[in-house]
Ligand binder design. Structure first.
Ligand SMILES: Cc1ncc(COP(=O)(O)O)c(C=O)c1O
Length: 361
């Protein structure tokens, strides 16, 4: 018998969310971000789901790119962080992997790589995030140095927004103006929009959009739920009730006795904890769905277990399934309780939790 703790992944929901991107940005190609094991949804399952409905895949690093290339032989694959050593340039070229060139030292590696022509590249411009990318003033120099080595029709100029989730188009306005200024003398394709900008800023859609979080059904906007945005959560993380006990009034539950029974209470212990990616900082009251009821977390999250107050819910039995996040409660809601974002919970889910491909019932 396997541990009764797993994450069901719904390929149909991933495809639904990709169709949502198409609806919102009908004139753009879609570079689907599948880095960090497809935001925890399993790179294989998610890329198979997406292959027929997007135009390319974006990953962070060479390991992710090579793993994806062994599965998808012809789709464009973009390495967002670009090469991290000169050797990676040859590996990427051999496997037809597109490199994002973000830094001068990456450009120099490329110039000394011995690759004379035909590389696929994107070039990132730092328009205000100040994390990666070239100063806008360097764009003409970078392009002229790249020109002899690359496949120019595939070159894309890109940038990344720091605050696209702010209301309206405010979060992208300044960066987009800076980008437009930097690329005004060029005819190359452009890419700027992440999930939040796909919703918030149509002017940023350009030739390629780069959605990540929304493909998995999470809301990239603090002020809207995924249902508001017509997205469908692609993961249901659940575990079983493995113990039930009655706790007298005044007794405390779990590490440090954080939760105290205010009345005679029934506590269900569930086989998932922070070792499975459930956030240790979740406070008492964080909802867990058991037998159709949202029931409150009671006591600190342990490595392998959580405890839930199921008093008044006799339908909860050993073996009852507890949904930690999915359609209800959503991962964004759990993240909010724990003082983080759904991105972190999903991307941080360990391999110990099996991802199981599931049909939507
Ligand atoms: C360069 C770049 N583009 C696109 C994305 C996708 O962002 P989101 O998941 O918010 O859509 C990311 C995510 O971190 C990124 O780093």
């Amino acid at each position: 018998m396997a541990r009764p703790t797993f994450a069901r992944i719904f390929p149909e929901h991933i495809r639904h969310n990709a169709r949502r991107v198409r609806e919102l940005a009908p004139d753009s190609r879609i570079m689907a971000c599948v880095k960090a094991d497809a935001y925890g949804h399993d790179l294989g399952i998610s890329s198979d789901a997406l292959a027929s409905c997007v135009d390319g895949f974006a990953v962070a690093c060479i390991e992710e790119a090579l793993s994806l290339r062994s599965r998808h032989t012809s789709q464009p694959i973009l390495m967002l962080e670009g090469p991290q050593s000169s050797d990676e340039i040859g590996e990427a070229a051999d496997k037809n992997i597109t490199l994002c060139i973000n830094e001068m030292h990456q450009l120099e590696w490329l110039e000394h790589s011995g690759i004379d022509t035909g590389l696929s590249c994107w070039v990132k411009i730092d328009t205000g995030m100040h994390r990666l990318g070239f100063n806008p003033q360097l764009v003409p120099e970078v392009l002229s140095r790249l020109a002899p080595r690359i496949n120019a029709p595939e070159l894309v100029l890109c940038t990344h927004f720091s605050s696209a989730d702010l209301p309206g188009e405010n979060g992208v306005r300044e960066q987009l103006a800076c980008f437009d200024d930097a690329v005004s003398q060029t005819e190359f394709a452009q890419s700027t929009a992440n999930s939040a900008a796909i919703f918030r800023a149509p002017a940023s859609h350009r030739d390629w959009v780069r959605p990540g979080y929304m493909l998995y059904g999470g809301s990239p906007l603090a002020v809207a739920t995924s249902a508001d945005l017509k997205l469908k959560p692609a993961m249901e993380f659940s575990a079983e009730v493995i113990s039930l006990r009655d706790v007298p009034q005044g007794e405390r539950v779990g590490y440090s006795g954080r939760w105290e029974a205010q009345r005679p209470s029934r506590i269900a212990t569930i086989a998932a904890g922070y070792g499975d990616g459930y956030p240790r900082h979740a406070p008492d009251g964080t909802p867990v769905l058991i037998e159709g009821h949202r029931l409150p977390l009671a006591g600190r999250v342990s490595m392998d277990m959580i405890t839930v107050d199921v008093t008044d819910h006799p339908a909860v039995q050993i073996g009852s399934r507890a949904v930690l996040w999915g359609s209800e409660p959503g991962v964004d809601e759990i993240a909010q309780h724990a003082g983080t974002i759904g991105y972190e919970l999903l991307a941080g889910m360990p391999k110990r939790v099996p991802r199981i491909v599931s049909q939507v019932i």
